[in-house]
Design a protein around this ligand. Sequence first.
Ligand SMILES: [Zn+2]
Length: 276
Amino acid sequence: MLILGDQPFKRLWTSELTRMYRVQHPTNQWNPAINVSEQAHGVYLAEGPASNWVVVRDQTGFILVDSGYPADRPLVLDSLRYLGLQPADARAMLITHGHVDHTGSAAHFSRSYGTPILCAPEEVAHVQGKEKHQVTFGQVFVRAWRPRVFRWMIHVIKAGALTAKPSPEARAWDAEELRSLPGSPAAIPLPGHTPGNVAILLPVAGVIAVGDSFVSGHPLSRKTGPQMLHPMYHTDATAALAAIHRLDGIEASIILPGHGPALHMPLAEALAALRS
Ligand SMILES: [Zn+2]
């Protein structure tokens, strides 16, 4: 994700880029009937315009895993209504890591509905906005001569990267609390993308939501299939790749990444692709 400062130069750029984006993209093409799909019993992947979120439901209610960019909030609400769910009934929102394209609706859910916003203990300060572990404007700007980077930069500005609100109410989960939620989630720490980054395993469904630990596509990438994000997105790219060994031996056959489509393949096969 991207964070930009508030200097006048950056404000000028961002307002101009936003204007250009609106000219090029006059309507929102997002449609829950197309972009929300059941990947396993009670587990839904919502593919937002630039990042994904996951809904897990059972007879006791539902949870969200991540929540898109700030501008995705109407789409998050749409995706729930499409599934016949009321946003106020969310039992919790689990945050894989504190980047703005994953926490975009957290503050709204917390303040409007009292939804618990839960993350790894090592990620609480990030989600609360007390720490920053994000690609900087400078890192993106020096690469903006590349069309893919330029288009992505415009998109994330439009998506609300500048107006992101932290979630001061976020707090650390514990394993028992997680297990009591729909899907019996378990958090697997994968430090590197951010210090407290995790994957969320839904063991009964055989699903793992990996956030940005690895992805299956990204606007900056020409590749499809399992892949690491560009190094500039990681707090520590070497650690991010090394951390995937923590997924060895975990049984899952459906992988839901933070960017790109669902992967229906054994987790071990995806990990082998990352190492190749
Ligand atoms: Zn991220």
